[in-house]
Each structure stands twice: as C-alpha cells, then as structure tokens.
Design a protein. Structure first.
Length: 84
C-alpha cells in the first residue's frame, strides 16, 4: 500500500485572511516576533497499490480536479510506503 502526503497552500500573491487572523491572535498572546502566518491544508490518501508511478499520476489528477483551486492554490505531494 502507498500513501500520498499532499500539501495545498495559497499562492504567495493571494491574501490569506485566516493567516492574518492567526498572526493577530499570536500578537495578542504575546508572540510579537511572529511576522506572518499562512494557512495550508495537509491531506493523506492511502491507496491499495504498490505502483508509485500510477499513484503519483492519480494524486496529480485528484489535486487538480478536487483538492486545489488552480487560480489561488499550489500543491505538492510525496508518495511513500504506508505503514498501515
């Protein structure tokens, strides 16, 4: 079995209001050295396959069709052996 570890994040040019709110909260909690926070998504998908090339291709399609908005987000992923 293989696992895809997927990271989806806003493109640098896109404003991140949730990240801004977290930075403001950090400042209110006394963490005044925090300059910027960007919020991202982390997704794991386990596949019943041992073919890394096939799973990489499927993961790319999943990201492009469902998980990442190509206008505002970028993504990258790793495919590795699953421990489960």
């Amino acid at each position: 079995m293989l696992k895809a570890k997927i990271f989806v994040q806003l493109k640098p040019s896109v404003l991140d209001p949730q990240g801004k709110a977290v930075t403001n909260s950090l400042h209110h909690l006394g963490f005044d050295k925090a300059v910027q926070t960007r919020i991202s998504k982390y997704i794991e998908i386990t596949f019943d396959s041992t073919d890394k090339a096939e799973i990489s291709a499927q993961t790319t399609q999943i990201c492009e069709k469902l998980l990442a908005n190509p206008n505002t987000e970028s993504y990258h992923f790793e495919v590795e052996e699953s421990e489960s």
